[in-house]
Design a protein around this ligand. Structure first.
Ligand code: NAG
Ligand code: NAG
Ligand code: NAG
Ligand code: NAG
Ligand code: NAG
Ligand code: NAG
Ligand code: NAG
Length: 922
């Protein structure tokens, strides 16, 4: 196994934290870190200590080891806990934390790989054909999941250029990676760890990729094959695709020969270590597995162990590249999340590719007896019998003129022969945004890969909207419509065509999450192409695929970092980040903030909390002779505003350089949206050409090679944002640095303009509400359906049938509803407590559900008969009390640090046939 120090880079696809719902039967998993001074001598002792600590809470539990961590960066273990009686997670956590050997403990959390973001999101963009797996009505809703088996497929029929090809991949041309490749900087000698779902390294696009080590973190084996996903294979191709050995003329050339579709990785000569962290059939990875992967490979923004480990590795010199997050339902301040918020890691946002690669297979369409070729894009399931399938549509009309979704008629008659029927769906049925806003953009240029896996679906494809319309028209005409779809890519005749994206190329995607982190640090670090990306796909999906997301920009940035490392072996992760941030190019604001595909580009720079340092320029990063010791300056809020922030400027080149420093403003905006008197809404991204004034000192200086100087920056005037105190404004911009060398030799790009981003907030972040009082209420929780009711009236009485031996102890025979609450938070909070409290004796909380996880919170919470210490909760009147730590309130010692909400009271009674009630009381 390689040691951590050998690994120069670490990247992970897009994983965003999601909370594990607390079920009624207690089953959980925890991560513990041992105190640095005490090592956990024996894991079996730890497990038995845990079991006895929980028996002290009256629970009989079994603990089994999941992962063992023996790294200097993290010593500890993770384990599963299964209890035959119910325990509150917080109580279990406290009991574990109180064990002598444990320094810190966290619950294991699920981290979902976010799905591919469709490359168009307008209703008219495409139609779908979906083949039901079984003979039931084929109206399966599109759901997440994975196919479990796959037909084989082999090489493409696409034309292949046999001569060494220059790098023409648009994402490389946009970022200067093509120029670095031309200079022979290709990642040679650099080791890159990729932590992702799974990897199919048997595909032609990865035939020349050097894989030095593979590990399946779930099974402990070395198999990383991908026959059930595609995320990891696509990510690996972006950074490491190498088609040498595919019949190329000149394998020794540093330019890659014979690149099918022009696909090559940003660091195609690096050596890869692959860590598979997601088994087939699962739709999420677990944080302890991510830690295990990060550790084997390799605070306080988020006190989350995975993020902590990422930060420690970054501080130890490893370049860690993580996604800043996808927010498909709308961006705006505080939409980023997960480990991308960790201190010192590179957090990456996504822009649109300047071209839209259109990857299509070909089948046969027969409309009323006339046959023609049918171009289509396969989805995440392919499993077609290659026989004639009857096209059937539940609706006879297309999207209505007013843009509303079509409803399937109640009296809809199912098809006669479902087993040989394929369902035609208009995409619009799925694409009306959360606010009910209908989408009216023109169609994207080609159908996109669909990540939809209804359990009843055997295969799914996308076709052009116009083709779908002609099918509907023929069906309405009484004509038969059939299709024959190839079972694999060979018979599918794959072709890729590219269409310029003149509308959105190079701009921020509508879903690329904004910062800042919960402690006000600027995020993302920078942005790079991530949407409409052609890369390798697993063999069963045809070897190539086009998908998009911040998952796709993250490996491109990691590849660029590998090139920087190759060119500058002495640079550590922080210096590589600084070089990339300084040389990134700030981009203009586009009004595309939601699902609106086409926005308007304004003549001012996008907020720094949306784009960070700007658009990646890998060539300039490698060729900069100037470095700073930070990637941004954060001026925090008005209450915590530093009088000045300093950074060091270093001439790392071989010539004397002169610097002139000036201020360039980027858009300001408000955090809170108060439209119509709203009190708890965040803006979905506001941007106004209003700027702060900076004082920069010195404003010019000259540095000899190897010399550094300190530059001091302060806010001379706040931006003119009149509602800043009430709505909290954000602002930012760049310290623009013009660099000039007297030499006329500019090989090192010495005459250049660099920029260092800064941010600030124009109010007190502690004044932001944390709890959305309009959308937080008492509700009933239905354990059978795992869902909550709407708001319940005050005074609602819940009658528990109590049985000591049962788990959970309460059932609610009247209507199955347990007392609960629906909680909506304005932003995430770093400390959340939910108390069940006697309404007659305020402060006498008898039930507490705490959370130490900053990403927990919004959702439903319920009481099932047990409290934290398994003391009996008597019949009576209760309220829910929620306490959330406010942003930037770091002491937590004073009342105004907390936002507190109390529900109206509700009643608890016990049924007459309850058993085991203390004192036999009812
Ligand atoms: C990185 O970690 C190793 C192992 O703990 C340690 O020896 C080394 O000094 C660390 N390097 C840095 C730059 O912190
Ligand atoms: C802003 O101030 C708060 C409160 O002191 C602190 O916790 C936080 O780390 C600061 N953030 C930044 C980016 O300096
Ligand atoms: C960078 O250097 C300056 C002065 O040289 C120092 O004040 C500042 O704290 C340093 N910043 C970081 C992030 O280390
Ligand atoms: C504020 O909310 C209104 C109403 O929902 C919406 O139309 C507007 O776009 C929002 N403004 C921002 C900047 O998010
Ligand atoms: C850089 O700028 C200086 C001053 O304008 C000039 O003398 C020098 O020739 C320039 N170098 C290059 C390579 O353009
Ligand atoms: C470019 O920079 C490198 C070090 O980063 C140095 O060795 C080389 O001499 C420089 N070239 C020129 C033309 O200044
Ligand atoms: C949350 O705040 C409470 C009250 O100050 C404190 O007792 C508890 O330790 C905090 N939890 C965490 C995880 O910091």
């Amino acid at each position: 196994m390689p040691s951590l120090k050998q690994i120069s880079l670490l990247l992970v696809g897009l994983w965003s934290s999601t909370a594990v719902a607390e079920g009624p039967v207690y089953q959980d998993a925890f991560i513990v870190e041992s105190d640095p001074s005490t090592t956990i001598q024996s894991r079996s002792d730890l497990l038995s200590d845990v079991t006895s600590a929980l028996s002290g809470l009256g629970a009989s539990c079994k603990a089994t080891l999941r992962n063992q961590f023996d790294s200097p960066h993290f010593t500890g273990a993770s384990f599963n806990l299964q209890c035959d009686s119910s325990v509150q997670q917080q109580a279990a956590l406290e009991a574990i934390r109180n064990l002598g050997v444990v320094g810190k403990a966290w619950p294991v959390r699920q981290v979902k790989a976010q799905r591919n973001i469709p490359s168009g999101h307008d209703g008219r963009g495409a139609a779908h054909l979906e083949l039901p797996r079984v003979n039931n009505a084929p109206l399966g809703r599109l759901r997440d999941g994975f196919a479990s088996s796959s037909p084989g497929s082999s090489d493409l029929l696409a034309a292949r250029d046999e001569s060494p090809a220059p790098d023409t991949l648009s994402t490389h041309v946009e970022t200067g990676i093509d120029r670095l490749h031309a200079e022979g900087i290709t990642g040679k000698g650099i080791r890159i760890a990729v932590v992702d779902s799974s990897f199919d390294t048997s595909v032609p696009g990865l035939s020349g990729t050097m894989v030095g080590y593979t590990k399946d973190i779930i099974t402990g084996g070395s198999v990383t094959g991908d026959d059930c996903s595609y995320h990891g294979t696509h990510v690996l191709g972006i950074v490491g695709a190498n088609q040498k050995g595919t019949g190329a003329a000149n394998d020794s050339s540093s330019a890659q020969p014979a690149m099918t579709h022009g696909v090559n990785g940003a660091a195609y000569d690096a050596t890869y270590e692959l860590y598979r962290i997601q088994p087939c059939g699962a739709d999420a990875a677990q944080t302890d597995d991510l830690i295990a992967a990060f550790l084997q490979a390799g605070q306080r923004g988020v006190d989350e162990p995975w993020a902590v480990v990422a930060t420690r590795l970054a501080r130890n010199g490893t370049f860690v590249s993580l996604s800043n997050g996808n927010s498909p339902s709308g961006t705006g301040p505080f939409t980023g999340g997960g480990a991308g918020m960790a201190l010192d890691v590179m957090a990456v946002g996504a822009t649109y590719n300047t071209i839209t690669p259109c990857l299509q297979w070909q089948g046969v369409l027969t409309l009323g007896g006339m046959s023609s070729p049918l171009s289509f894009t396969p989805g995440s399931r392919v499993g077609f019998p290659a026989t004639s399938l009857t096209v059937w549509s539940p609706t006879k009309s297309v999207k209505s003129a007013d843009g509303s979704c079509n409803q399937v008629a109640d009296d809809m008659a199912p098809p006669a022969d479902p087993a040989n029927t394929i369902l035609l769906l208009e995409r619009s049925q799925c694409w009306v945004d959360q606010d009910g806003v209908s989408l009216t953009a023109s169609p994207p240029p080609c159908p996109w890969f669909t990540d939809a896996d209804a359990e009843s679906t055997q295969g799914i494809i996308s076709i052009a909207h116009a083709t779908g319309l002609s099918m509907i028209a023929a069906l309405n005409n009484g004509d038969s419509v059939t299709v024959i779809l190839p079972a694999d890519a060979v018979s599918g005749r794959v072709a890729v065509t590219s269409i310029d994206n003149t509308e959105a190329g190079g701009q921020l995607t509508y879903y690329s999450s904004w910062g800042p982190s919960l402690d006000g640090r600027s995020r993302p670090t920078l942005i790079a192409p991530g949407h409409n990306i052609l890369s390798t796909f697993p063999r069963y999906l045809g070897n190539w695929g086009v998908i998009g997301g911040t998952s796709m920009s993250t490996p491109l940035v990691a590849g660029a970092a590998a090139l920087a490392k190759q060119a500058h072996p002495a640079w550590d992760g922080a210096q590589i980040q600084a070089a990339m941030a300084l040389t990134a190019r700030p981009i203009k604001f586009n009004t595309r903030q939601r699902s609106d595909y086409y926005g308007v580009t304004r003549d001012f720079l996008a907020p720094v909390i949306a784009q960070g340092a700007g658009f990646l320029d890998a060539w300039a990063a490698v060729h900069t002779a100037t470095l700073t010791n930070t990637t941004s300056l954060n001026f925090n809020d008005t209450t915590h505003r530093p009088s000045h922030l300093d950074f060091s400027l270093t001439n790392a080149g071989s010539e004397t350089l002169s610097y002139t420093l000036r201020h360039t403003g980027a858009a300001s905006g408000y955090v809170m949206n108060t439209t119509g008197g709203a009190l708890y809404d965040l803006t979905t991204g506001d941007a106004q050409p209003v700027y702060a004034e900076l004082a920069i000192s010195p404003a010019s200086l000259t540095l000899e090679p190897g010399k550094s100087a300190t530059v001091s920056v302060s806010i001379a005037a706040e931006p003119a944002m009149p509602e800043a105190a009430k709505r909290i404004s954000y602002f930012g911009g760049y310290i623009t640095i013009d660099v000039v060398s007297s030499s006329s030799n500019n090989n090192n790009n010495t005459n250049s303009t660099l920029s260092l981003p800064y941010t600030g907030f124009g109010g007190d972040l502690t004044s932001l509400p944390m709890i959305n009082r309009d959308q937080t209420y008492s509700a009933g929780y239905d354990a059978a359906k795992q869902s909550s009711t709407d708001r319940l009236p005050a005074g609602r009485v819940f009658e528990c049938r109590y049985q000591t031996s049962a788990s959970p102890p309460c059932t609610f025979p009247a209507d199955g509803l347990a007392p609960g609450l629906v909680l909506s938070l304005v932003t995430q909070t770093r400390n959340l407590t939910i108390d069940l409290q006697d309404s007659a004796a305020p402060g006498g909380g008898v039930y507490t559900s705490g959370s130490n996880n900053p990403w927990d919170g919004s959702g439903y919470h319920a009481w099932d008969g047990s409290d934290r210490n398994r003391t009996f909760v008597p019949a009576g009147e209760y309220v829910w009390r929620v306490t959330a730590l406010r942003l930037n309130a770091d002491s937590g010692m004073v009342e105004r640090d907390w936002d507190v909400w109390e529900s109206e009271s509700w009643g608890l009674r016990y049924a007459a046939d309850s058993t085991g009630l203390p004192g036999g009381k009812v």
